[in-house]
Design a protein around this ligand. Structure first.
Ligand code: PBG
Length: 324
């Protein structure tokens, strides 16, 4: 056939037609909003490299979750910046730690909102690494016990889902076993299964004050050049008990999201990370791109690649546009 019988433009003539044949949709219900929780009361401190995002005290985090809920965003993911950091990351598994307090307050005060707790030690260690360090090596197996304690304490505090982001080998199995032993067998694990050693986490590390004091994260996070290895990582995590798997970052790794979607039958999440947000916010601030348009296009691309869920700093903003 071909032209002139075939004219793809016929289906693009009006918004009604375009929306009738649209292949991918984006809904507020697919989005998870990250929150950075800090000690104190009435603290709302803007993160310099992430304009529009804040370090929030627990009371302010509750208000933020409330607002997200009113926009039909179904979940928040919590990161904590503890008052003190030490070598054992004590703040991560303190029953009254910052994330535990935020999780319990949000569960108490906001109806209809899922709380996801990020499980990692890097925000809680004085050296900024994701695990126990001896010499200059991150100790995998010793770290598992602390991660499992962290996940259990978060779930006891009310977290609905735990999301390990540390990339230690065997953490999903260790966390599953510990949750089950604590009668928390109904708490799902969203594992950051394919998490790359990425420069796009820069602004997050400013927000969470979690930049490693020496070395980097390349001995546990994945090499950006590898895609087959992502499949190996997600399959291992599912075997260990992950209920959902995540790819992170999102836009520079759309091919990985696509491959993971083909390879597994569990829900796939993608994390549209801090650096992706910062780039877009900066260019929009300069008037170089249209913030709303590029935001929506980015989120739709991530869905089109195969992500069911998107963790994004744009969650509220996108949800607001979707309500119109
Ligand atoms: C680790 C963690 C990080 C992010 C989420 N969980 C930082 C890291 O691995 O250094 C990054 C998220 C982002 O950049 O938005 N707790």
């Amino acid at each position: 056939m071909g032209f002139p019988v075939e004219r793809p433009r016929r289906l693009r003539r009006s918004e009604l037609l375009r929306s009738l044949v649209r292949e991918t949709d984006l809904a507020a219900g697919d989005l998870i909003l990250p929150l950075f929780v800090v000690p104190g009361r009435r603290v709302r401190h803007e993160i310099p490299s992430m304009p529009g995002q804040f370090n929030l005290s627990v009371d302010e985090a509750v208000a933020e979750a409330q607002e997200a809920q009113s926009l039909d965003v179904p979940a928040v993911i919590l990161f904590g910046i503890p008052p003190v950091k030490d070598a054992k990351a004590s703040g991560a598994y303190d029953p009254h730690g910052i994330v535990q307090e935020a999780a319990s307050s949000i569960k108490k005060e906001v109806g209809n909102m899922l709380v996801v707790a990020d499980v990692c030690l890097c925000e809680y260690t004085d050296h900024g690494h994701c695990g126990v360090v001896r010499g200059d090596e991150i100790q995998n197996d010793e770290t598992l016990d602390l991660l499992a304690r962290t996940a259990v304490s978060q779930a006891k505090a009310g977290a609905d889902i735990v999301a390990p982001s540390d990339m230690m080998d065997g953490r999903v199995a260790a966390i599953r076993k510990a949750l089950d032993a604590a009668a928390l067998e109904q708490v799902p694990i969203l594992s950051y299964a394919a998490k790359y050693a990425s420069g796009f986490y820069g602004p997050f590390r400013e927000a969470a004050q979690s930049t490693p004091k020496f070395g980097d994260r390349r001995t546990h996070q994945m090499d950006p050049a590898n895609a087959r290895e992502a499949i190996r990582e997600v399959l291992l995590d599912i075997e260990e008990g992950a209920d959902m798997v995540m790819v992170k970052p999102a836009l520079p790794y759309l091919d990985v999201i696509y491959r993971v979607r083909q390879a597994v039958n569990v829900p796939v999440a993608a994390y549209h990370v801090s650096g992706e947000y910062a780039m877009l916010a900066a260019a929009a601030r300069n008037g170089w791109i249209d913030r709303d348009r590029v935001m929506m296009e980015s989120l739709v691309s991530i869905r089109r690649a195969g992500a069911d869920l998107i963790v994004t700093y744009f969650a509220k903003e996108a949800a607001r546009l979707l309500q119109r």
